[in-house]
Design a protein around this ligand. Structure first.
Ligand SMILES: [Zn+2]
Length: 226
């Protein structure tokens, strides 16, 4: 999971909102395709939850490749046309694992990828590819405080962990002995659009490596000055 910066709402949403009797099922055809296109662009081509590749296209069976998710469920009575509430998510069929849209849990999520601006600083990846998301409660950080969200979305399904670990191994190898300039260019490569799958793992490791290298450089300079 990573922070998603939402852009302006597509104009059609307001038209639906002002149309008497219109509900989410009224949104079809070109309007729905345009919503998918804009969501996909905002999310740099990654599922809002597991960060696998998604597209705004249609697959061979005629189904959309990814689904539009209402973070606040439509059954909650929330405005179905509220743009910040809409996310593009994968269908969640992955080696018989049920993640994201297909995840069986019905718990209400508390972490919001398009609202929690500090999300990227609260996501942590362990050596085996496990994801943890810290919560902030009462102004204090709670390690792995969003475990329930991770479980609900099945984000530590073994295939996802294995895929994240493969990215981590590749990044660690590439960052071995790299100077800060090289680390920054690696970070840029993992930040473009479309963003590589599981880019959050790579960005997490590269940011950590960069801050360590910079701190080490400062210590060396202080020692030299002293
Ligand atoms: Zn997903």
């Amino acid at each position: 999971m990573r922070y998603i910066r939402k852009g302006p709402a597509p104009a059609c949403l307001d038209v639906y909102r002002r149309t008497p009797g219109a509900d989410w099922l009224s949104v079809t055809g070109a309007d729905k395709a345009e919503l998918r296109r804009q969501l996909n662009e905002e999310q740099a081509g990654l599922c809002a939850y597991c960060t696998r590749r998604v597209t705004d296209g249609i697959d061979a069976t005629g189904k959309p490749h990814a689904k539009i998710e209402h973070w606040d469920a439509r059954s909650s009575g929330a405005d179905p046309f509220h743009w910040p509430n809409l996310l593009l998510v994968c269908r969640g069929d992955l080696d018989r694992g049920q993640t994201c849209d297909a995840a069986p849990g019905d718990a209400v999520l508390t972490v919001h990828p398009a609202r929690d601006e500090d999300l990227d600083d609260r996501v942590r990846y362990l050596g085996d590819g496990t994801i943890e998301i810290d919560a902030v409660r009462g102004g204090r950080r709670v390690r792995n405080g969003h475990q329930r969200d991770v479980d609900t979305l099945n984000l530590n399904w073994h295939t996802l962990r294995r895929n994240r670990r493969a990215v981590a191994d590749a990044v660690v190898a590439a960052a071995q002995g790299a100077d800060p300039t090289r680390l920054r260019s690696l970070l840029d490569a993992w930040s473009g659009a479309p963003m590589p799958e599981y880019a959050g793992v790579a960005r997490y490791l590269l940011r950590r490596a960069l801050s360590k290298r910079v701190a080490r450089g400062k210590r060396r300079r202080v020692a030299a000055d002293g």
